[in-house]
Design a protein around this ligand. Structure first.
Ligand SMILES: Cc1ncc(COP(=O)(O)O)c(C=O)c1O
Length: 436
């Protein structure tokens, strides 16, 4: 299917207005090519509609929270029910307490929870907590790992010319130079090098933070176990950033899926049901630094937020989790993702393109390279122009995905999957035409 021809004048005008008041006319994070840019009017299930009335199968899903799809009836009902009781209290409420209890039941490492509003805040808080617990400043993160946009996390997420480990490369202007001295960078999936780095630096480290499934890269057998063992040996808190994987890879997240339990977890996206809610969970002896009885002591970690544990977001999160607890939910999510992922692999083979489809069934992406994708540096071998052409060609055919991944939801049914599979061949043919 090719999208119905261009934008109507009203949508053109909206895009002009956006350009005037928003830098680049965007929110940050997702940028469609100018000629294909659109403004969302509404979304339901796995489909979006723009202001020209064109429809898209959506694999962005709000950048991941909408594992049930847009406007799921159970989430809408829960939110409507809560709206009438008030929208925010800055005090504990029943839905928020219930969500904290559900997180502690579900996520193996979570003995206690502190809420915040975004994933960026959650990883920032997790690291501050670990610094207070260890009374050390430095953190170790992995090259290519993304933990949001605060100063400590935007280090070596996407360096074009990576430095020798463990030196970090800032990913943004405006980060104080001093932060570079506090962050060590290790290679994902390279256990000997990571172990050696931790052995050499553990006395100055506050924490090791990682995405257990890094962007689209699954951990190799033994890698997470090895990082767990060396951090445990040195009493060094291991933080899993499960903002993507939490409640998505399994009800207990990647720590359940891969069977390795960290000390602290950062949660976001799915847990807020499409509303601004995130959380840090972890061992009681680490979390205790947040308790107000320590206020005034050097051990106290200060954290507060106007919308912390917002009751509407908590209600949406609880409704989402209840749907995920239904028998067969994860089997269905994985089966849908596997169908699309293997369809993409087959289409790339049929097109004669050197390609790898990396990831797990609920989150995956194609890389145009012969090299297996095992770490950040192997992604640099992939053909970026070809990939941009593929993403663009999908959008031209009514399938919208983020620049770097497909998120799959329980709302993607047979019609959406078939529509997606049907456009792969043409989108890959368009990608193949890119001269490199
Ligand atoms: C692994 C990971 N950590 C942290 C974040 C930041 O979360 P937020 O965008 O809610 O600040 C993201 C966002 O995509 C993420 O994928």
């Amino acid at each position: 299917m090719v999208l119905p021809a261009g934008r109507i004048p009203e949508e053109e005008e909206l895009l002009r207005r956006a350009m005037h008041v928003l830098p680049g006319g965007v929110l940050g994070g997702y940028y469609a090519p100018q000629d294909l840019a659109f403004i969302v009017r509404e979304a339901r299930g796995a489909r979006l509609r723009d202001c020209s009335g064109r429809e898209y199968v959506d694999y962005i899903l709000g950048s991941g929270p909408l594992v049930l799809g847009h406007a799921h009836p159970a989430v809408v009902a829960a939110v409507e029910g809560q709206l009438r009781k008030g929208t925010t209290y800055f005090q504990l409420s029943e839905p928020t307490l219930a969500l904290a209890e559900e997180i502690c039941r579900a996520v193996p490492c979570a003995e206690q929870v502190r809420f915040c509003s975004t994933g960026t805040e959650a990883t920032f808080l997790a690291l501050r907590l670990c610094r207070a617990f260890r009374r050390k400043d430095k953190i170790l993160k992995f090259e290519g790992g993304f933990h949001g946009t605060h100063d400590y996390s935007l280090m070596s997420v996407g360096p074009r010319a990576p430095k020798a480990f463990p030196a970090p490369t800032p990913d943004s202007a405006g980060i104080p130079h001093a932060i570079q001295d506090e962050v060590l960078i290790a290679p994902f999936n390279d256990l000997p090098e990571t172990e050696a780095m931790i052995e050499a630096h553990h006395r100055e480290l506050a924490a090791v933070i990682m995405e257990p499934f890094q962007r689209l890269i699954a951990p190799q057998p033994g890698f997470l176990e090895g990082v767990r063992a060396v951090t445990r040996r040195h009493g060094l808190p291991l933080v899993f950033d499960e903002i993507v994987t939490g409640f998505r890879f399994a009800y207990g997240g990647a720590q359940e899926y891969y069977g390795v339990v960290p000390d602290v977890v950062a949660l976001g996206k799915v847990v807020g049901g499409g509303f601004p809610l995130a959380a840090v969970g972890g061992r009681r002896d680490i979390m205790r630094h947040l308790a107000p009885d320590l206020d005034g002591t050097p051990e106290f970690v200060a954290q507060a937020g106007t919308l912390n544990g917002n009751p509407i977001a908590a209600a949406a999160g609880l409704a989402t989790l209840a749907e995920l607890r239904r028998p067969g939910a994860y089997e269905r999510l994985f089966a849908t993702g596997a169908r699309i992922k293997s369809g993409l692999e087959a289409a790339a083979r049929a097109a004669g393109l050197a390609a790898q489809v990396a990831g797990e069934a609920p989150v995956f992406e194609i890389y145009f390279t012969e090299r297996p994708i095992t770490d950040y540096r192997s992604t640099l071998a992939a053909d970026r122009d070809r990939h941009a052409a593929f993403t663009r060609a999908m959008l031209e055919r009514g399938v919208v995905k983020a620049a770097q991944k497909f998120y799959v939801s329980l709302a993607h049914g047979d019609p959406e999957v078939e529509q997606t599979l049907a456009v792969f061949a043409d989108a890959l043919a368009a990608a193949a035409e890119t001269t490199t």
